[in-house]
Design a protein around this ligand. Sequence first.
Ligand code: MRU
Length: 378
Amino acid sequence: MNIDGKAWRTIWLEDGGRSVGVIDQTLLPHRFETRSLATMEQAAEAISTMVVRGAPLIGVAGAYGLMLALQQDSADAALAAAFERLNATRPTAVNLRWALDRVRERVAPLPQAERAEAAQVEAGAIAEEDVAMCEAIGDHGLRLFQELAAARPAQRQNRPLNVLTHCNAGWLATVDWGTALAPIYKAHRSGMAIHVWVDETRPRNQGASLTAFELGREGVPHTVIVDNAGGHLMQHGEVDAVIVGTDRTTRSGDVCNKIGTYLKALAAHDNGVPFYVALPSSTIDWNLDDGVAEIPIEARSEREVTHIQGRRDGEANDLAAGGLASVQLSPDGSAGFNPAFDVTPARLVTALITERGASAASEAGLKGLFEDLRPADH
Ligand code: MRU
């Protein structure tokens, strides 16, 4: 997608595959810097500190992390240790485990001398497939948006389709296009009038910083709102649809996404607003049924709650040089608690939008689309 007219992806190979380039997302939207990850440890650190984040991108970064590990040491023990190190970086998004499994299964049967090269090919394939899946999600979501726009009452036909999103499920969270934002980009490019309500998404503010950045660079009209504003806007008819991503989807259609998503789903349900969840099939965990009981929820530092990062007032809004500051919000001594994700039960989800089309958020719906991917025992 575009930054100042230049097309970017979030992750790329450098130096013939000896290192991996990424955008440092901890500095956006005020500073634009890229980083080179030259070792598995640097890749692991980039995932856990959220230099790269978003379920699909974490998966691809993990896959390239295994490649970097195998370039140093391709023995079985080194492969196992790198797998464990990378898999432990963030526990909730299942794409990480999925991508690591894929690379391990590809390289483990090979002679050691061939493993690093094969890991590079497999990680590259995962990245390319992610782009294709996200673009397809965009096409399927666009059709839903078109139907929704056409079905609105006559008095609402002459205003933009108002879509609310939470966190960042755009191209920065994937390799390109995004999941929840892909249909929005497709709609905007098709000429549909669309406006996005962007939840700020405390504590790390992926909405206010990353989603607003992406949408602005692509020219999509949007407004940043505090996390608590969505219910009020829905009560007043200002939201035509909610669309979010997911970090892990159970086979029964429960979706785990950034903390606060569940409250938006409740408000949407109460107000008759469709609540869509966009996902590539790499996000489905066929082993799990009950998301609330079974999905591990990442607990992050309380400092993300008690402090906030932004650009210093008065500093130039210069992407190359924006000066960043961290300030404390709560009193010395107050504890903070920071669960990073919550689970929205399938009954609150209007439809899942996948690379193969939309389905009901249910076991039957997912089976209907992905019978071939479902493990035999489920
Ligand atoms: O903690 P993050 O920023 O990695 O969380 C990201 C989200 O919750 C996204 O909504 C999710 O990964 C789906 S993204 C395509």
